[in-house]
Write a protein that binds this ligand. Structure first.
Ligand code: FMN
Length: 247
Protein backbone atom coordinates (compact mmCIF):
# COMPACT_ATOMS: atom_id res chain seq x y z
CA UNK A 1 0.00 0.00 0.00
CA UNK A 2 1.57 3.28 -1.11
CA UNK A 3 1.57 6.20 1.29
CA UNK A 4 0.20 9.56 0.17
CA UNK A 5 3.75 10.93 0.00
CA UNK A 6 4.85 7.99 -2.15
CA UNK A 7 1.98 8.66 -4.57
CA UNK A 8 2.98 12.33 -4.86
CA UNK A 9 6.64 11.36 -5.31
CA UNK A 10 5.72 8.71 -7.90
CA UNK A 11 3.93 11.38 -9.96
CA UNK A 12 6.86 13.78 -9.76
CA UNK A 13 9.35 11.10 -10.79
CA UNK A 14 7.22 9.90 -13.69
CA UNK A 15 6.26 13.37 -14.91
CA UNK A 16 9.88 14.54 -15.08
CA UNK A 17 11.03 14.33 -18.67
CA UNK A 18 13.96 15.86 -20.47
CA UNK A 19 12.43 19.01 -22.01
CA UNK A 20 13.89 20.14 -25.33
CA UNK A 21 11.67 23.18 -26.07
CA UNK A 22 10.54 25.70 -23.46
CA UNK A 23 7.61 28.10 -23.64
CA UNK A 24 8.86 31.68 -24.04
CA UNK A 25 5.46 33.18 -23.19
CA UNK A 26 4.44 31.45 -19.97
CA UNK A 27 5.50 33.07 -16.68
CA UNK A 28 8.59 31.64 -15.02
CA UNK A 29 9.34 32.12 -11.33
CA UNK A 30 13.09 32.25 -10.69
CA UNK A 31 12.38 31.74 -6.99
CA UNK A 32 11.44 28.13 -7.82
CA UNK A 33 15.00 27.66 -9.10
CA UNK A 34 16.41 29.11 -5.89
CA UNK A 35 14.20 26.89 -3.73
CA UNK A 36 15.16 23.85 -5.81
CA UNK A 37 18.87 24.60 -5.43
CA UNK A 38 18.37 24.97 -1.68
CA UNK A 39 16.78 21.48 -1.74
CA UNK A 40 19.65 20.16 -3.89
CA UNK A 41 22.03 21.15 -1.08
CA UNK A 42 20.38 18.43 1.02
CA UNK A 43 21.39 15.65 -1.38
CA UNK A 44 23.54 12.95 0.17
CA UNK A 45 27.21 13.37 -0.69
CA UNK A 46 30.51 11.63 -0.11
CA UNK A 47 31.85 12.21 3.44
CA UNK A 48 29.61 15.30 3.56
CA UNK A 49 32.40 17.16 1.77
CA UNK A 50 29.75 18.92 -0.38
CA UNK A 51 32.12 19.15 -3.32
CA UNK A 52 29.65 21.04 -5.45
CA UNK A 53 28.69 24.56 -6.47
CA UNK A 54 25.60 25.62 -8.39
CA UNK A 55 25.72 28.51 -10.85
CA UNK A 56 22.57 30.14 -12.21
CA UNK A 57 22.64 31.82 -15.61
CA UNK A 58 19.63 34.10 -16.04
CA UNK A 59 20.92 36.75 -18.48
CA UNK A 60 19.41 36.00 -21.96
CA UNK A 61 22.65 37.07 -23.70
CA UNK A 62 24.69 34.64 -21.61
CA UNK A 63 22.13 31.86 -22.18
CA UNK A 64 22.44 32.52 -25.93
CA UNK A 65 26.22 32.24 -25.79
CA UNK A 66 26.15 29.08 -23.65
CA UNK A 67 23.58 27.54 -26.02
CA UNK A 68 26.12 28.04 -28.82
CA UNK A 69 28.66 26.13 -26.76
CA UNK A 70 25.99 23.46 -26.21
CA UNK A 71 25.94 22.72 -29.95
CA UNK A 72 22.94 25.02 -30.30
CA UNK A 73 20.66 22.40 -28.73
CA UNK A 74 17.11 23.71 -28.45
CA UNK A 75 17.03 22.52 -24.82
CA UNK A 76 19.62 25.22 -24.11
CA UNK A 77 18.60 27.77 -26.78
CA UNK A 78 15.01 28.07 -25.57
CA UNK A 79 15.84 27.81 -21.83
CA UNK A 80 14.61 30.48 -19.47
CA UNK A 81 17.49 29.72 -17.16
CA UNK A 82 20.57 27.49 -17.18
CA UNK A 83 22.06 26.00 -14.04
CA UNK A 84 25.56 24.59 -13.93
CA UNK A 85 26.40 21.92 -11.39
CA UNK A 86 30.12 22.22 -10.83
CA UNK A 87 32.73 20.19 -8.95
CA UNK A 88 35.13 22.76 -7.41
CA UNK A 89 38.00 20.34 -6.89
CA UNK A 90 40.23 22.88 -5.14
CA UNK A 91 37.64 23.51 -2.41
CA UNK A 92 38.29 20.29 -0.48
CA UNK A 93 40.35 22.05 2.21
CA UNK A 94 37.57 24.56 2.92
CA UNK A 95 34.95 21.81 3.02
CA UNK A 96 37.05 19.61 5.34
CA UNK A 97 37.61 22.63 7.62
CA UNK A 98 33.87 23.45 7.67
CA UNK A 99 33.08 19.86 8.67
CA UNK A 100 35.81 19.92 11.33
CA UNK A 101 34.44 23.16 12.80
CA UNK A 102 30.86 21.84 12.78
CA UNK A 103 31.79 18.69 14.71
CA UNK A 104 34.27 20.45 17.00
CA UNK A 105 31.51 22.91 17.96
CA UNK A 106 29.20 19.93 18.65
CA UNK A 107 31.86 18.71 21.07
CA UNK A 108 31.95 22.12 22.80
CA UNK A 109 35.19 23.27 21.08
CA UNK A 110 37.13 21.45 23.78
CA UNK A 111 40.86 20.78 23.30
CA UNK A 112 41.35 17.52 21.41
CA UNK A 113 42.89 15.63 24.36
CA UNK A 114 39.69 16.21 26.40
CA UNK A 115 37.52 14.52 23.77
CA UNK A 116 36.48 10.86 23.72
CA UNK A 117 38.24 8.47 21.34
CA UNK A 118 35.12 8.43 19.10
CA UNK A 119 35.02 12.24 18.97
CA UNK A 120 38.73 12.45 18.21
CA UNK A 121 38.27 9.91 15.40
CA UNK A 122 35.50 12.02 13.90
CA UNK A 123 37.68 15.13 13.88
CA UNK A 124 40.73 13.28 12.56
CA UNK A 125 38.56 12.09 9.69
CA UNK A 126 38.54 15.69 8.44
CA UNK A 127 42.04 16.75 9.51
CA UNK A 128 43.94 13.60 8.47
CA UNK A 129 41.93 11.18 6.34
CA UNK A 130 40.28 13.68 4.00
CA UNK A 131 43.56 15.50 3.21
CA UNK A 132 45.20 12.13 2.57
CA UNK A 133 42.34 11.18 0.28
CA UNK A 134 41.75 14.48 -1.53
CA UNK A 135 45.30 15.78 -1.90
CA UNK A 136 46.33 15.54 -5.53
CA UNK A 137 49.46 16.40 -7.41
CA UNK A 138 49.21 17.40 -11.06
CA UNK A 139 50.42 14.08 -12.46
CA UNK A 140 48.35 11.95 -10.06
CA UNK A 141 51.47 10.28 -8.63
CA UNK A 142 50.23 10.64 -5.06
CA UNK A 143 47.06 8.78 -6.06
CA UNK A 144 49.12 5.93 -7.47
CA UNK A 145 51.10 5.73 -4.21
CA UNK A 146 47.78 5.56 -2.33
CA UNK A 147 46.66 2.77 -4.67
CA UNK A 148 49.83 0.83 -3.91
CA UNK A 149 49.30 1.24 -0.15
CA UNK A 150 45.66 0.17 -0.48
CA UNK A 151 46.59 -2.84 -2.61
CA UNK A 152 49.07 -4.04 0.01
CA UNK A 153 46.58 -3.38 2.87
CA UNK A 154 43.91 -5.34 0.99
CA UNK A 155 45.83 -8.53 1.67
CA UNK A 156 44.78 -8.28 5.34
CA UNK A 157 41.52 -6.30 5.42
CA UNK A 158 38.70 -4.79 3.35
CA UNK A 159 39.78 -1.47 1.79
CA UNK A 160 38.30 1.41 -0.18
CA UNK A 161 39.85 1.09 -3.65
CA UNK A 162 38.79 4.48 -5.05
CA UNK A 163 41.91 6.50 -4.23
CA UNK A 164 43.50 7.65 -7.50
CA UNK A 165 43.08 11.09 -9.03
CA UNK A 166 40.43 9.78 -11.43
CA UNK A 167 38.67 7.77 -8.70
CA UNK A 168 38.32 11.01 -6.74
CA UNK A 169 36.75 12.69 -9.77
CA UNK A 170 34.14 9.91 -9.90
CA UNK A 171 33.50 10.27 -6.15
CA UNK A 172 32.83 14.01 -6.54
CA UNK A 173 30.76 13.68 -9.71
CA UNK A 174 28.52 11.01 -8.13
CA UNK A 175 27.58 13.44 -5.37
CA UNK A 176 27.11 16.37 -7.77
CA UNK A 177 24.80 14.21 -9.92
CA UNK A 178 22.67 13.40 -6.88
CA UNK A 179 22.30 17.14 -6.25
CA UNK A 180 21.40 17.63 -9.91
CA UNK A 181 18.69 14.98 -9.76
CA UNK A 182 17.30 16.44 -6.54
CA UNK A 183 17.16 19.80 -8.33
CA UNK A 184 15.34 18.38 -11.36
CA UNK A 185 12.74 16.56 -9.28
CA UNK A 186 12.19 19.68 -7.21
CA UNK A 187 11.72 21.78 -10.35
CA UNK A 188 9.08 19.29 -11.54
CA UNK A 189 7.36 19.58 -8.16
CA UNK A 190 7.43 23.38 -8.66
CA UNK A 191 5.62 22.92 -12.00
CA UNK A 192 8.59 23.43 -14.32
CA UNK A 193 10.67 21.29 -16.65
CA UNK A 194 14.38 20.66 -17.02
CA UNK A 195 16.90 19.03 -19.32
CA UNK A 196 20.24 17.74 -18.06
CA UNK A 197 23.03 18.22 -20.60
CA UNK A 198 26.58 17.04 -21.02
CA UNK A 199 26.67 17.78 -24.74
CA UNK A 200 28.58 21.07 -24.57
CA UNK A 201 32.11 22.39 -24.91
CA UNK A 202 33.12 22.46 -21.25
CA UNK A 203 36.40 24.30 -21.94
CA UNK A 204 34.62 27.18 -23.66
CA UNK A 205 31.88 27.29 -21.02
CA UNK A 206 34.47 27.41 -18.23
CA UNK A 207 36.42 30.17 -19.95
CA UNK A 208 33.27 32.17 -20.69
CA UNK A 209 32.07 31.99 -17.07
CA UNK A 210 35.58 32.60 -15.66
CA UNK A 211 35.66 29.30 -13.76
CA UNK A 212 39.10 28.19 -12.54
CA UNK A 213 40.54 25.58 -14.92
CA UNK A 214 40.46 22.94 -12.14
CA UNK A 215 36.67 23.19 -11.89
CA UNK A 216 34.72 20.41 -13.60
CA UNK A 217 31.20 20.87 -14.87
CA UNK A 218 29.08 17.93 -13.88
CA UNK A 219 25.97 18.93 -15.80
CA UNK A 220 24.35 21.93 -17.36
CA UNK A 221 20.61 21.90 -16.68
CA UNK A 222 18.19 24.03 -18.62
CA UNK A 223 14.87 24.96 -17.08
CA UNK A 224 11.61 26.72 -17.73
CA UNK A 225 7.95 26.09 -18.46
CA UNK A 226 7.78 23.08 -20.79
CA UNK A 227 5.84 22.53 -23.99
CA UNK A 228 4.17 19.45 -25.52
CA UNK A 229 6.49 19.66 -28.55
CA UNK A 230 9.50 19.67 -26.20
CA UNK A 231 8.84 16.01 -25.31
CA UNK A 232 10.10 14.17 -28.36
CA UNK A 233 8.58 10.75 -27.67
CA UNK A 234 7.10 8.47 -25.01
CA UNK A 235 9.47 7.67 -22.21
CA UNK A 236 11.42 4.46 -22.86
CA UNK A 237 13.09 2.25 -20.27
CA UNK A 238 14.21 -1.37 -20.70
CA UNK A 239 12.23 -3.94 -18.78
CA UNK A 240 12.80 -3.98 -15.04
CA UNK A 241 13.76 -7.67 -15.30
CA UNK A 242 16.99 -6.49 -16.96
CA UNK A 243 17.64 -3.90 -14.29
CA UNK A 244 16.41 -4.92 -10.85
CA UNK A 245 18.03 -7.94 -9.21
CA UNK A 246 18.05 -9.50 -5.79
CA UNK A 247 21.39 -11.07 -5.00
C1 FMN B 1 24.39 13.07 -17.70
C2 FMN B 1 23.32 13.33 -18.72
C3 FMN B 1 23.63 14.03 -19.87
C4 FMN B 1 22.64 14.34 -20.82
N1 FMN B 1 22.95 15.13 -21.89
C5 FMN B 1 21.98 15.52 -22.73
C6 FMN B 1 22.24 16.46 -23.76
O1 FMN B 1 23.34 16.96 -23.92
N2 FMN B 1 21.21 16.85 -24.54
C7 FMN B 1 19.94 16.36 -24.38
O2 FMN B 1 19.05 16.76 -25.13
N3 FMN B 1 19.66 15.47 -23.40
C8 FMN B 1 20.63 15.04 -22.57
N4 FMN B 1 20.35 14.18 -21.54
C9 FMN B 1 18.98 13.69 -21.36
C10 FMN B 1 18.85 12.21 -21.74
O3 FMN B 1 18.93 12.08 -23.12
C11 FMN B 1 17.51 11.72 -21.19
O4 FMN B 1 17.55 11.78 -19.78
C12 FMN B 1 17.21 10.28 -21.62
O5 FMN B 1 17.05 10.21 -23.00
C13 FMN B 1 15.93 9.76 -20.94
O6 FMN B 1 14.84 10.62 -21.21
P1 FMN B 1 13.98 11.28 -20.04
O7 FMN B 1 14.92 12.12 -19.24
O8 FMN B 1 12.93 12.11 -20.71
O9 FMN B 1 13.41 10.18 -19.21
C14 FMN B 1 21.32 13.87 -20.62
C15 FMN B 1 21.02 13.16 -19.43
C16 FMN B 1 21.99 12.90 -18.51
C17 FMN B 1 21.64 12.20 -17.22
Amino acid sequence: MMTEAATVFDNIVKQRRSMRVYDANKPFDGEAVHRSLQRAMYAPNSSNMQMWEFYRVTDPEKIKQLAKYAMNQSAARTARELVLFVVPKAKWKQRAKANFEFHHARYGNKPLHELSKREQRKLKYFTRLMPMYYFQDWLGIWGLIRKLIVTISSLWRPVVWQVTKNDLRVVCHKSAALAAQTFMLSMKAEGYDTCPMEGFDSMRVKRYLNFPSSYEINMMISCGPGTAEGIYHDQFRVDEKEIIFTV
